[in-house]
Design a binder for this molecule. Sequence first.
Ligand code: ADP
Ligand code: MG
Length: 392
Amino acid sequence: MTKLLIIDDERAILEVLDIFLTSEGYEVITAENGKEGLEIFEKEGGGINLVITDIKMPEIEGLEVLRRIKAIDKDTEVIVVTGHGDMDSAIESLKYGASDFINKPVRFEALLLALERAKQKIAMSSQLKDYTKNLEQKIEERTLELRQAQEELMESERLATIGETVAGLAHYIKNILTGLRGGMYMVDVGMAKGKARMQQDGWGMVRRNIEKVSDLVLDLLKYSKERLPEPTVCSPNKIVLEGVELMREKAGQHGVKLSTDLDPNLKEALLDQDGINDVLLNLISNAIDACLYDIDTSKVWEVKVKTRLESDAGSGEVILFQVIDNGAGMTDEVKAKLFTRFFSTKAGRGTGLGLLITQKIVNEQGGEVSVESEVGQGTTFSVRFNRYMQKS
Ligand SMILES: Nc1ncnc2c1ncn2[C@@H]1O[C@H](COP(=O)(O)OP(=O)(O)O)[C@@H](O)[C@H]1O
Ligand SMILES: [Mg+2]
């Protein structure tokens, strides 16, 4: 049953409306003035959502009653009863949010119609509220589901990464073991048959493969260790010269000319020397390999390490290290996989971790690595750091 509050200062009208609307199935509460009406409304605490109020009343006027009711609960539907032809009040009441107005003397059909419309409005707005609430709940549920799915995905990606790492390692170690076994077999046979040459070759294989294990272990350590860069004031050109010195033997062995082109203006910088050293050794070693793998033997192979002091867009100073080779170069396919774990085209002779470590070290110092390469022409790796490392 719909609760209905009727406020009118004329007792006769109240009584007639009470009898009529009760017979129409409403639970009617009456009040003889605005003050009493408001008190009842508040006391019911949301129990009443349909009000009929007269406009012209002493003390608190109908419009004021309407305003206060709307202030307490804007969803309450209020029908105002205006004096005949009192259009101003009617319009005013609509402005305050009255759902309807009817004229005096009150005609029952008009009143029933107005009540019917108000009830429909109430039903619709409560439906709307339900929808909104349902929607919010649905969104919450879906958000939760999505978050769970995302977490599961991340976990499975993590497992996949570990899986890939282990598979890559196992493959690499298997190759080394094959090499070791082969070497040992040759040593055994060489000894049994008294063939010194075979023993020597076998021993060489064993040594090379032990070397590989130690390279792998070192690379893995560098790759997995979370290392904070330790910046010191140093000379970038000096780091290059030291690195080049370390690689000179390898270059010489393969007939690769190793040279430098250093910027004399680049006196000092705040950099992590050990990190840069590792980066340069990786890049130079790859560059020499690229010459080694080059099929064009008419070339004079050369690896050049270059430094430059550049200024960036924000007028900060940037240090550029470049390792340039005129070796085999690389295809787009290789270029796309450069920084992938265990990616190597060197058939078991490389760990496929060098560039990954390089990238990690450079990023740790807020720097950037880029590469340009052309098959048959050669490759240039560029590494840029902010001169005073504030970038990271
Ligand atoms: N300077 C270069 N010229 C041509 N290819 C290169 C060069 N540097 C790297 N690459 C390619 O990138 C691959 C990955 O390099 P890296 O991560 O250092 O692993 P690795 O040297 O152990 O193979 C190399 O196997 C090679 O194919
Ligand atoms: Mg390498």
